[in-house]
Design a protein around this ligand. Structure first.
Ligand code: HEC
Ligand code: HEC
Length: 369
């Protein structure tokens, strides 16, 4: 059984192989001293579901990021809470990249009065006064909560980060195909649907999608203008990355600040050298595409409902509106209806077969009761 659709050029094969293997190797985050520690993971998981971290006492992280909906709220026209998968591989956090660590990103809703807004002193008071929280804190960090509110507050972000780092997506049909290609296993390759092979070719070739959606996570980790309107309301635009860099510079919670647990600042180079450029205006973080079929609606403000809408968007993009300083990576693709269907068929093969991640509590004895 020879399937001509499966004959790839050496260049195509090289490009496909770059999107794996999965999962990639990873190590603890040096800026977070409890990264990877089981007691911190258990504490972070409990905090994620705890509404006492909101000033109203009614909102938890899980209110907007419910685990049974791939951590996103799934509501049309939402502000688009992103899914919380594969964050440990990110360099920047938030659509605008205003945070340079996962722990700092977790503090943002706790600081924002429109989200949870408990703030540093409210959070520290709660942890010190609640027997169960202070006991879990001690197990996670090895010491009782101290007198410095700001440190206790940041430590909550770090425990939450230890938990969210465990949320790595499982293997997908694409990964099986990619690995079959790597070991020259024709039968293994033949199991991958023909429509997905055609969609993959478009993704790597004429569509140039992999320029930005690169590597095992399907993102280069940086920012781009994908031609999505960024009006918040008439006359007000979301500055995207431009605003994110300005926030990053003002924030005390970055890799350059006093809360980084890594004295060498070994992961801080990108933060140190980030430069504000006019072309950052209207740029948003390139999202990873694993499990993308589970996380509708799409784009930073949830403006596209389905993957078919996304395929149509790239097919009919208005090149005049892109203000990517002369790079011209995105072009109007004019894909046929069938090509759009193929592209979506490929994107659907990025859905995990069996989740690797566990959010339900298994490590009961790591927590205090
Ligand atoms: C009121 C709704 C709401 C609540 C509550 C909320 N979030 Fe979010 N979350 C969002 C939205 C919206 C975004 C996207 C913000 C942006 O980047 O512009 C987001 C982004 C994130 C991200 C960034 C993901 C990425 O891809 O960069 C993380 C991590 C996150 N939230 C974790 C949490 C944690 C932990 C909590 C609880 C402490 C929490 N969120 C509470 C709505 C919420
Ligand atoms: C120039 C870089 C770039 C290229 C090329 C590119 N994308 Fe994107 N992609 C982005 C950015 C940036 C976003 C987020 C845009 C926003 O929210 O405003 C995005 C969003 C997406 C999303 C939505 C993901 C989500 O979670 O909301 C999908 C799906 C997607 N792209 C698929 C593709 C496909 C398929 C192609 C090729 C036809 C492609 N992209 C080409 C940068 C790019």
């Amino acid at each position: 059984m020879s399937a001509p659709a499966l004959e790839f050029t050496a260049e195509e094969e090289r490009r496909i192989l770059r999107h794996g293997p999965w999962p990639p190797a990873s190590r603890p985050d040096p800026s977070n001293r409890v990264s990877g520690k089981p007691a911190a993971i258990a504490f972070g998981r409990a905090l994620f579901f705890d509404p006492r971290l909101s000033f109203s006492g009614a909102v938890s992280c899980a209110t907007c990021h419910p685990p049974d909906r791939a951590w996103t709220d799934g509501l049309p026209r939402s502000r688009g809470p992103p899914s919380l998968f594969n964050l440990r591989f990110n360099r920047w956090f938030g659509w605008d990249g205003a945070q340079d660590t996962l722990w700092a990103q977790n503090l943002r809703p706790l600081l924002d009065g429109r989200e949870m807004g408990v703030g540093p002193s409210g959070a520290a008071r709660l942890v010190r006064s609640d027997r169960q929280l202070s006991c879990s804190y001690r197990r996670a960090f090895g010491v009782a909560p101290g007198a410095d509110d700001a440190w206790i507050f940041v430590d909550l972000g770090k425990a939450l980060a230890a938990f969210l780092e465990t949320q790595v997506t499982g293997r997908t049909p694409f990964d099986d195909f990619r690995d079959a290609l790597a070991r020259n296993d024709a039968a293994g390759q033949a199991r991958y649907p023909a429509a997905a092979v055609r969609g993959l070719r478009l993704f790597l070739g004429r569509g140039n999608c992999a320029f930005c959606h690169f590597g095992p996570t399907f993102t280069n980790g940086e920012f781009a203008d994908a031609g999505v309107p960024h009006f918040i309301k008439p006359g007000r635009v979301d500055p995207g990355r431009h605003g994110g860099i300005r926030k990053l510079r003002r924030s005390p919670y970055t890799l350059l600040g006093r809360f980084n647990d890594d004295a060498q600042r070994s992961t801080a180079a990108k933060t140190r050298y980030v430069r504000l450029r006019q072309s950052n205006f209207g740029e948003f973080r390139v999202p990873g595409l694993r499990n993308v079929a589970l996380t509708a609606p799409y784009m930073h403000a949830g403006s596209l409902e389905t993957l078919a809408d996304v395929a149509r968007h790239y097919s009919t993009i208005d090149e005049e509106r892109l203000h990517a300083g002369g790079e011209r990576i995105l072009r109007r693709l004019d894909l046929s209806a069938r090509e759009q269907v193929d592209l979506v068929a490929f994107l659907k093969t990025l859905t995990e077969k069996t989740p690797l991640h566990e959010y339900v509590e298994k490590t009961g004895n790591a927590l205090c009761r």
